[in-house]
Design a protein. Structure first.
Length: 327
């Protein structure tokens, strides 16, 4: 439980939630840790309704409340997008990720750093019951947001990934599967991230201060570092796209127009749609994507967050919360 900006999480006993109308009660098996959780801890997201339980990459089993389509025992994933209004111009236009009234798991709705969560059944994804929960959890945000960011790159072939953490290590496997070369940019001296990128088939990897050996068709910035925007724009060819994949970024420094000239595009990715989720999870099973995880206990959530902040996680940090397979 997070009680205010800049605080550590507190381990607390709270009442088990009850499934309301349209909701399912999910016994959480695992919840992956996302950089957005750090932005929540640091009070960098607007209007945080303290106290809040973080966590939006949740894998668990339904224990009650499911309709016929999601009976008890069903393995589900609960993602960041927890509710949309269904009637606004964004929802009506296939862009529910931008819904004005959207609610988000582990932010404006209770999250999955917990034993149980009540979630709107319409936003849950059914997941493979045979795979370890810890391996599936990072797909629910790192994977999904990375995939939406990739879709923004259109038909681009040579793709730069700035920040080689949880999202990039999933997306690298998609790119390899699609036979698109990728170029991994890490912090200078981050040997672990560079090793990880090479092992996943990077065509090149190096610090973001270096130019890649080829002009990029597109770049995705996962690191929350505004100064990477002009760096990435300088690395993409005319007509190329730079996608900002995070929910928060430090200020972007002033840059000259020639970096954007030549019909380069600079866009952000916000949230996900359920259609993204279905499409990506189907693809992830087909590839199949193997996530690298570092597992922590729920009571060690602060240590997991500190390790993520320090750049000490290869792949994704995941909280192993238990849950019983026959629940
Ligand atoms: Zn996330
Ligand atoms: Zn809406």
């Amino acid at each position: 439980m997070l009680h205010g900006p800049g605080q550590s999480l507190q381990l607390e006993h709270i009442d088990r939630p009850a499934a309301g109308p349209g909701q399912v009660l999910v016994e959480v098996e695992a919840c992956a840790v996302c950089r957005t959780d750090l932005h929540l801890l640091d009070g960098e997201l607007p209007d945080i309704p303290y106290p809040v339980v973080p966590g939006h990459q949740i894998v668990g089993r339904i224990v009650s409340g499911g309709e016929a389509s999601l009976p008890s025992g069903t393995r589900v994933g609960v993602p960041w997008l927890g509710y949309t209004c269904g009637t606004c111009e964004y929802c009506g236009g296939g862009r529910e990720n931008l819904c004005d009234a959207a609610a988000f798991t582990g932010y404006t709705l209770p999250g999955g750093y917990a034993d149980y969560i009540a979630a709107d059944a319409r936003y849950c994804f059914e997941l493979d019951a045979g795979l370890p929960a810890r391996a599936l959890a990072p797909l629910l945000c790192a994977g999904l947001i990375g995939y939406r960011a990739l879709r923004m790159c259109g038909e681009a072939r040579r793709i730069g990934l700035y920040g080689f953490g949880a999202a990039a290590h999933v997306l690298a496997q998609v790119l390899r599967f699609q036979d698109r070369p990728f170029y991994a940019f890490t912090r200078a001296g981050d040997d672990a991230a560079q090793r990880s990128a090479r092992s996943l088939g990077a065509a090149w990897c190096g610090p973001s201060t270096e130019s890649p050996p080829a002009r990029l068709d597109a770049a995705i910035i996962f690191a929350p570092v505004g100064p990477l925007v002009p760096v990435a724009l300088a690395a993409v060819r005319k007509g190329g796209t730079v996608v900002c994949g995070g929910i928060h970024m430090s200020p972007i420094p002033e840059f000259t127009y020639d970096l954007l000239w030549g019909e380069r595009k600079l866009v952000s990715v916000a949230n996900l749609t359920r259609a993204d989720g279905l499409e990506f999870l189907e693809l992830a099973a087909r590839i199949p994507i193997e996530t690298q995880t570092e597992v922590f206990k729920l009571e060690d959530a602060n240590a997991a967050l500190a390790a993520l902040r320090a750049g000490a996680i290869t792949g994704s940090a995941v909280l192993d919360i238990g849950g019983s397979p026959d629940a």
